[in-house]
Design a protein around this ligand. Structure first.
Ligand SMILES: O=C(O)CCC(=O)C(=O)O
Ligand SMILES: [Fe+2]
Length: 372
């Protein structure tokens, strides 16, 4: 009797129940009801979402590696105002640039990554250089030791999110990558946020066994600006819940190239990624990654062609991985951080192992708890 009372008290909320359901899901259960925005007609809650065509010139879209905004599809969901889903608006061949940046460029100092939490700066310098040989020679059928790049879980950009204090601060800042800022600002403008400033980024690196726990992104000081998300590589299931943790979420696929915007009412909703899945094309890489680079790219594009040599490394990595970039504005225009959030010099690397942001500790918990 006592045991039953304890079990009852620990009963799961609706979000956690569905998180566990989708984490075990192998794609065959038709009851799973996952919205696929690449086939939106199938889902009742999907509505079309208006975009601001004239706010982004075709030339600026193209410089960011995007198709003209008039050619994008944009969807919303009934009962989720401010949520916008844009299935792959990228020009052919342009997704490769962002994958290469996440692996080769953004993973470098001065950006901060999970490996910095328990390795010296010498060990985490040039992760690409230290991993490329191993990745290039990796056969997808063999499970060799993981390269450093394959051990990468997250990278922070701009105002570096502090997983311990769950705060951003003025002293933990390094310049935000200008190419990603430009991409983000074009997407934000098209979605009705012309003032959006890309100030902080969290890049998440997933493998087929990874998940991202249930969380809300609320540490930014200005919630009137949207949170942007860009996904590349293998697909995943994204769960979008409510303002309270126990509200049952809606499930959707995120495929390579998909862009998602959480704004307004939807900016502070609970969400999670319970599952990474093979891409829809059932090939090692989604077909959109194999397209030749668009000949329309202007000379001043922020997207650069990815060399064949670099792409071999990225392609081998991406056969079992998904990369997601989230971009946020932290401060309202003219706003400064409250005085108490200033930190002592040197604290930048003083994070302790095992006390990351709740959502990342959930990755660990889920991995350990194989029967859940
Ligand atoms: O990987 C994703 O799609 C979600 C990432 C996310 O929610 C975050 O970084 O806050
Ligand atoms: Fe998030």
């Amino acid at each position: 009797m006592a045991a039953r009372a304890v079990a009852g008290a620990r009963e799961e909320d609706a979000f956690r129940r569905l998180f566990r359901f989708y984490r075990r899901w192998e794609g065959s259960d038709p009851a799973a009801a996952v919205i696929d925005f690449s086939r939106p007609a199938a889902a009742r809650q999907v509505v079309s979402s208006p975009l601001n065509f004239s706010s982004v010139s075709d030339q600026d879209a193209c410089r960011a590696g995007l198709r003209p905004v008039s050619q994008w599809n944009a969807y919303g969901l009934d009962n989720y105002p401010g949520f916008i889903f844009i299935p792959d608006p990228f020009l052919p061949g342009c997704q490769r640039h962002w994958v290469k940046q996440c692996l080769k460029q953004y993973s470098q100092k001065p950006n901060i990554c999970n490996l910095d939490m328990h390795m010296s700066s010498q060990e985490t310098t040039d992760l690409w250089g230290k991993s490329q040989h191993q990745l290039r020679n990796k056969s997808s059928s063999k499970q060799g030791p993981r390269s450093l790049l394959e051990k990468l879980r997250w990278v922070t950009l701009g105002y570096h999110y502090n997983w311990n204090t769950k705060k951003y601060s003025a002293d933990h800042y390094t310049p935000f990558p200008s190419d990603l800022a430009f991409l983000s600002e074009q997407v934000a403008k098209a979605c009705g946020f012309p003032g959006f400033q890309a100030e902080a980024g969290i890049l998440n690196y997933y493998h087929f066994d990874s998940s991202l726990g249930i969380h809300v992104d609320e540490s930014e000081l200005d919630h009137s600006q949207p949170l942007l998300s860009f996904s590349f590589g293998q697909s995943s299931i994204f769960l979008l819940g409510g303002q309270k943790r126990d509200q049952a979420p809606v499930a959707m696929f995120m495929h390579s190239g998909d862009v998602m915007i959480m704004s307004g009412f939807s900016r502070l909703l609970y969400h999670a990624v319970p599952k990474v899945l093979p891409n829809l094309d059932k090939k090692p890489l989604p077909s959109c990654m194999e397209l030749p680079l668009s000949p329309d790219l202007p000379a001043d594009a922020v997207v650069q062609p990815c060399s064949q040599k670099d792409w071999e490394v990225c392609a081998n990595y991406l056969q079992a991985s998904r990369i997601n970039m989230t971009v946020r504005q932290v401060l309202a225009e003219g706003q400064t951080f409250p005085a108490e959030s200033r930190t002592e010099e040197g604290e930048l690397h003083a994070f302790s192992v095992g006390s990351y942001h709740e959502k990342h500790s959930e990755i660990k918990r889920h991995k350990c708890n194989t029967d859940s």
